[in-house]
Design a protein. Structure first.
Length: 256
């Protein structure tokens, strides 16, 4: 007991002084949130790093396939991973930070075979494309569990967009910005796709730390303080707006 208390106190003292770099991991092909080829590693990579910097916390970032990074964090190779939605299964294993971003999930389907959530029967027998390691919204997970919906899990959403047009999958779900980015990166005409008129769910994205991490609660607390300071200063919104404006400007330049 005394030894664990000493470890706790040592970590609490060392966090602000950058005694050791925090080991972070995230995954690729999750534009605009994370991606090795995106400016600054993506919008939420910038947010996470800026929040840590607010607290003077040194950190190192690795890129791994989503499922591998998740498991290696749970095994102690990394201190934290991001960005993840909140699910009961993950909450049993991980502590969650305050929300990094609030996302509205929409259905993306082919324009010649549109799918809307207000017609649940239209999903029966369909094939959902959703990347490996991502957790579907509850309403879709229930259909998957009942065998009324099947799932294909490639590496990322860009591949899902291509597979829809090949007829191998029927739809994918995504945040509005993320889905539009996937359509663009697929190289296909956006007019060949249809986005559902209503959102299937609202979700929040978080940084997560394993519950079995010796200093997990303290790490989450320090990160939340840094995120709150980032938001209070206006820097958070500047990062979000600046990233999206730069992306939109880039898209406009490509069409000229």
């Amino acid at each position: 007991m005394l030894q664990r208390l000493l470890i706790y106190l040592l970590f609490a003292l060392c966090l602000p002084s950058q005694a050791a770099s925090l080991r972070l991991v995230t995954g690729d092909d999750y534009a605009p949130f994370t991606g090795q080829d995106l400016p600054g590693g993506g919008m939420l990579t910038q947010v996470v790093q800026a929040a840590l910097s607010q607290r003077g916390l040194a950190h190192e970032l690795d890129w791994r396939p989503w499922n591998r990074g998740y498991l290696q964090t749970l095994q102690g190779r990394y201190d934290a991973t991001f960005p993840y939605v909140r699910t009961p299964e993950r909450e049993a294993e991980y502590l969650y930070s305050e929300a990094l971003f609030v996302a509205q999930q929409h259905i993306f389907s082919r324009a010649d075979d549109p799918i809307e959530l207000d017609q649940p029967s239209s999903l029966h027998g369909r094939r959902l494309c959703y990347p490996l390691g991502w957790q579907p919204p509850k309403v879709l997970q229930e259909l998957l569990d009942q065998g009324q919906l099947s799932r294909h899990s490639p590496a990322g959403l860009t591949e899902c967009a291509r597979l829809l047009l090949l007829g191998r999958d029927d739809f994918f779900i995504s945040d509005l910005r993320l889905g539009e980015t996937a359509l663009r990166l697929s190289g296909s005409d956006p007019a060949r796709f249809r986005r559902s008129s209503s959102a299937i769910s609202n979700s929040t994205l978080h940084l997560i730390v394993p519950r079995n991490h010796p200093q997990g609660a303290q790490l989450i607390e320090h990160f939340n303080l840094g995120l709150a300071a980032l938001q209070a200063s206006g820097r958070y919104q500047q990062l979000i707006d600046g990233y999206l404006q730069a992306r939109d400007t880039g898209l406009a330049d490509q069409t000229q």
